[in-house]
Write a protein of this length. Structure first.
Length: 288
């Protein structure tokens, strides 16, 4: 069976998980990568076909999309993301793609103060305009984002953020990928928008407490000012546009705007969303 599904972002956290789950379900797919270097694990998956393509190069997109009926659209949230995703949407339309599953973000809106939420809304609108079928996946903050604090958790037993006591319904990327698999392999999800959250809205102090229980040592959450968080991002060389976007994101979280709990994951997959305790147990080795 030839692959009629194309996935972008296949070497990232969500894309690689999606690739693994498609392979496990026996679904052939084509993965677009910028370079074949370092993609051995992806290429080794059953049913995977790799093709090089560049979201800044429409000609390469046309080649990657030949014969494709369904596409999963994901890019990193860089300053070029909106343009790159719009390039892909245009190329997909021209190539006759019938359905795009787009990884968006919880609370995406064109009038949002958060740049990430604005660009996702612009791209969603562009996908809807030509009349292609769509499925928009709008996940909340990823549980796996905590891995970005791995070094401070391992060496200082602490992590920080500018969020205060706000609750957020964090989601596991394995559940996001499972919903994407369903959307790519069934027409039941055409023209649907799914908010993807965990089963509970929790504070960062509660995250620290649950992580402490699993690891058997005390992990502290340290609330910091947005200015301190921005300074820390500068210190690790984070690109300025993305750093400013993260500060906007966390201000959105701190206002309590990401505490809604949705049931979409269970509705789509038939399985409850993973809670933070399950994530902590499964990833405990990363924090030891």
């Amino acid at each position: 069976m030839s692959a009629n599904i194309l996935i972008t972002g296949a070497t990232g956290n969500i894309g690689s998980e999606l690739a693994k789950q498609l392979s496990a379900h026996g679904v052939p797919f084509r993965a677009m990568v910028r370079s074949l270097k370092g993609t051995e694990a992806l290429a080794a998956l059953s049913g995977a076909t790799l093709i090089t393509g560049d979201l800044n190069d429409p000609a390469s997109l046309q080649q990657a999309l030949q014969g494709i009926e369904k596409a999963f659209l994901l890019t990193s949230s860089s300053e070029q993301a909106e343009t790159q995703q719009l390039n892909f949407v245009k190329a997909a339309q021209e190539a006759g793609v019938q359905h795009i599953v787009k990884l968006s973000q919880f609370a995406a809106a064109k009038d949002s103060p958060v740049r990430f939420l604005r660009y996702h809304a612009v791209v969603e609108e562009a996908i809807q305009r030509p009349g292609m079928a769509y499925t928009f996946l709008r996940p909340n903050l990823f549980m796996q984002g905590l891995l970005g604090f791995r070094d401070t958790i391992v060496h200082k037993n602490a992590f920080f953020a500018a969020i205060g006591n706000a609750r957020i319904s964090m989601v596991d990327i394995r559940d996001i990928a499972a919903v994407a698999v369903a959307a790519l392999t069934s027409n039941d999800h055409h023209n649907k928008t799914y908010n993807l959250t965990g089963p509970a809205a929790i504070t960062h102090a509660e995250i620290a407490a649950q992580l402490s229980n699993v690891l058997g040592r005390t992990i502290r959450f340290i609330d910091v000012t947005p200015e301190d968080m921005r300074h820390a991002l500068d210190g690790v060389g984070f690109p300025a546009w993305q750093a400013d976007g993260l500060i906007e994101d966390y201000a959105h979280y701190a206002r309590g705007e990401a505490a809604v709990v949705a049931n979409s994951i269970e509705e789509v997959t038939g399985r409850p969303a993973r809670d933070f305790g399950m994530f902590a147990r499964d990833y405990a080795g990363a924090f030891k």
